[in-house]
Design a protein around this ligand. Sequence first.
Ligand code: GRF
Length: 201
Amino acid sequence: MDKYLKSFNIAAYISGSGTNLKAILDNVLSGFLSSKVKLVISNNEEAVGLGFPRELGIDTLVIKRTGITRDEFSKIQLDSLQKHDIDLIVLAGYIKKITPKVVDKYRGKIINIHPALLPKFGGKGMYGKNVHEAVILAGESQSGPTVHFVDEIYDNGEIIHQKKIDIDIGNDTAETLAKKVLQLEYLAYSEAIKILEEERG
Ligand code: GRF
């Protein structure tokens, strides 16, 4: 008999291209994941990644950070998360910090993907190209994405899953490494969600 898998109602948060979200949506459609993406939240109405969920009829919500208080920013999110019965928040290239009220309400239910092997190369300022430059500069022999729980501190929460790739020392640059790690992210994120589905099933 098939093992019962927990199926999450996912809210994905994005700010830009949303290619990690696209990979997750593909893995939901293929049946690799039992969870469903019910809501996509973005701080950026221009985010290219809003196109994928909209094509699939998934609700999207744009909440700009400017012009509202932090409490209002939290409340709009919390109301929508509750309305969509969300039990897993997946940060997929979301550049704003999650507010303490949202972290508190969804503690243990918010995950993020970081493009390096935490606990190294994380923390404030460690995003995008900066991460890969730091990895190359440190002469590391391996890198790869880390999926972890989110708490109040940047890149600090418990690690759920990592995938490693060898660095071609002397040849890889921050740009080539970024591309290789991003390819691994697409698999790592869905594998991490599957780990949670199985653990909680
Ligand atoms: C990825 O590099 C991820 O590690 C970081 O944000 C980027 C998201 O890329 N957290 P995309 O928007 O999914 O294409």
